[in-house]
Ligand binder design. Structure first.
Ligand code: ACO
Length: 424
């Protein structure tokens, strides 16, 4: 198959077909409008390939997710988050020397400019940390010059990865009114973040291994997911040649929505609501199925996965392990499991191929780790950062990149003329 034919108004047009390395097929309609005058209509871009990418592969029907060819199960079981960052951004797993240099760079760029701390003073304790993250990450552009020089871009990539966790932890400390804990160079990426979150100046805090491992796993599982809403936002903003920091800040905003990364917070709030209501699952199942209600089973359904979300499978097992290791008994985990069991047998969910997604079990693990609900989506952002960066970098290096500018089918008023207010 090398071409596709389209007949419009009795006239035949031919378009090239592109085949990906996993035999995914796309009709290249980049000349459609010029040739035919017509555009495609695809609300939500469910059938639109906006780019060619060599970073992440998903087969939603088979439940496959691979980073640069490596199955997510292998990466999750064997790699560290820092290795995963390197893999996504630079295309290959690092050798020992590259890994040690990368770790060193990530360790020595963690400090925020002291003036940036003043920004935090302007926020109230109730400010959502996602708003703070978006603003702060964008504000990095006011401290660090940006240019198209690959060395400058690379340095800014390191700064972003290194400073994002400091920003995230500071925004948490701000919200609970505790003093900021500065980064420590003797700790790993994940342990350093947990230390900045949970240490207090008055006492020694040793990061428990179980928390370190759990965070590592969670960040890896969130690290990239090809052209999702926030990643497409990063590419869209970056396509106008906006800076890396600005593009990533926009990605954080897109991630915040409850239908995307904000779902992890919504899942816990939903489970708490069901618990407070006496565990009446059927009531909420019925609500989720009721077309007159806006209630959805949060953490269920996915645009791409129509079989299972491999990340959710890993996290369901991890939830049991982490809670056991921490000695935490959380009734919300039982509620989640019961809800999943009921949903997976319900014809509404079966017919629509709605399965638990990554957000369904992640919140339960965050909760057991002592991470407050408001911070869940911030942790998602921290995990997704290497994916956004890799996609931004790939987009900038692709000579076929054009400013992203979709078209529309106009349905408003046709031309009419202004009348003074007295005549209206
Ligand atoms: N609960 C109840 N019904 C649902 C759910 C749900 N969670 N998800 C989808 N449906 C139904 C829809 O009502 C629709 O039914 P219909 O065909 O009778 O109209 C059908 O399933 C298809 O749903 P769409 O909304 O068209 O699917 P879409 O691909 O546009 O949306 C999304 C995917 C946003 C993830 C959706 O499933 C959803 O809202 N889920 C809950 C929020 C969530 O968990 N988001 C996190 C996604 S993963 C991530 O971003 C990391």
């Amino acid at each position: 198959m090398t071409t596709a034919k389209l007949i419009l108004d009795g006239k035949e047009y031919e378009f090239p077909v592109i085949v990906g390395s996993e035999n995914e097929v796309a009709i290249d309609i980049s000349t459609l409008r010029a040739k035919t005058g017509a555009i495609t209509y695809d609300p939500g871009y469910g059938n639109t390939g906006a780019c060619q990418s060599a970073i992440t592969y998903i087969d939603g029907d088979q439940g496959i997710l691979r980073y640069r060819g490596y199955p997510i199960q292998e990466i999750a079981a064997k790699a560290t988050f820092v290795e995963t960052c390197y893999l996504l951004i630079y295309g290959e797993l690092p050798n020992a020397e590259q890994l040690s240099a990368f770790r060193h760079q990530l360790t020595y760029h963690t400090l925020l400019h002291e003036d940036m701390k003043k920004f935090f003073d302007g926020y109230t304790a109730q400010s959502h940390p996602m708003a703070i993250m978006a603003a702060m990450l964008t504000s990095l552009s006011t401290y660090y010059a940006e240019s198209d020089d690959p060395d400058v871009i690379n340095l800014n990539i390191i700064r972003l990865l290194a400073k994002a966790k400091t920003l995230a932890a500071f925004s948490y400390k701000k919200s609970i009114g505790q003093p900021y804990i500065y980064p420590r160079n003797d700790l790993s990426y994940t342990a350093d973040f947990l230390h900045m979150m949970f240490a207090v100046p008055a006492e020694q805090y040793q990061v428990p291994d179980v928390l370190d491992r759990a965070l590592n796993l969670l960040l890896i599982l969130h690290a990239d997911h090809e052209q999702n809403c926030s990643t497409s936002t990063v590419r869209m903003v970056g396509s106008s040649r906006a800076s890396l920091f600005a593009s990533i800040g926009a990605g954080v905003c897109a991630l915040w929505g409850p239908l995307h990364g904000g779902a992890n917070q919504e899942v816990i709030e939903m489970l708490e609501m069901i618990q407070a209501d006496g565990g009446d699952y059927q009531k909420y199942m019925n609500l989720a199925k009721d077309k007159n209600s806006s209630f959805r089973l949060m953490g269920f359904g996915h645009r791409v996965y129509k079989n299972f979300d491999p990340r959710a499978k890993i996290l369901k097992a991890a939830a049991d392990d982490v809670l056991n290791a921490l000695g935490v008994q959380d009734p919300l985990l039982d509620i989640a499991k019961n809800l999943e069991e009921i949903a997976l047998k319900d014809s509404f969910f079966v017919e629509r191929k709605l399965y638990p997604n990554v957000d369904f079990y992640s919140g339960i693990i965050y909760r057991a780790m002592g991470i407050p609900v408001d911070m869940f989506t911030v942790l998602f952002a921290l995990g997704r950062l290497p994916g956004w960066i890799a996609q931004w970098k790939e987009m900038r290096g692709d000579p076929s990149t054009r400013i992203n500018r979709p078209r529309q089918i106009f349905t408003g008023a046709t031309e009419r003329h202004y009348k003074p207010v007295s005549e209206r």
